[in-house]
Design a binder for this molecule. Structure first.
Ligand code: NI
Length: 175
């Protein structure tokens, strides 16, 4: 079921979400089905459970997204109770958007390379070493679990604005 996505200004986006304690439950499968439906409908690169008002440490990302462009494909991933650890100190800035901040884009510094660990819906371990856009998306989605939205990480507000103003020649994007 497609759910409403909370937008910036809603206090529910600003709280720390809680760990999932039981895997492979009917409720968890239903939550993930709703998240996938919502992400696909909104044409997002990823979605965190608190964005649909569910304060649990669950994110999805990858696959259907059209936003990655030539920045590489990301496998369709469910990540529960994630831990993200930077590998090295190198950070890079690139454009980000967010379904909770519709119509806007900003340049955000992120670690270039990270290791992330967590669990899938049945409780199997996920453990990956990634870089580039994949690493960026993971950091963005996991930030949502700690109540952090990407504008809070922007350093230079000269590169924050409406997508149709910033990129007038680009194809119109959903958010
Ligand atoms: Ni987001």
């Amino acid at each position: 079921m497609i759910r409403d996505v909370l937008r910036m200004g809603d206090g529910r986006l600003l709280v720390r979400s809680k760990e999932v304690t039981e895997f492979d439950t009917k409720e968890l499968h239903a939550l993930l089905a709703d998240m996938r439906d919502t992400m696909a409908y909104m044409n997002g690169a990823g979605l965190a459970a608190p964005q649909i008002g569910v304060p649990l440490r669950v994110v999805i990302f990858g696959a259907q997204n059209l936003r990655s462009g030539d920045r590489g494909d990301i496998p369709e991933t469910t990540l529960i109770n994630p831990v993200v650890e930077p590998i090295g100190l190198l950070t890079t800035e690139d454009w980000e958007g967010c379904l909770s901040v519709p119509g806007l884009r900003g340049r955000v510094p992120r670690y270039e390379k990270v290791r992330y660990r967590g669990f899938d819906v049945t409780g199997n371990t996920v453990d990956r070493l990634v870089d580039g856009f994949h690493a960026r998306v993971v950091q963005h989605e996991c930030d949502h679990l700690d109540g952090v939205l990407y504008p809070m990480r922007i350093r230079d507000f000269n590169s924050f604005g409406f997508v149709d103003v910033l990129f007038p020649d680009a194809a119109i994007q959903d958010d």
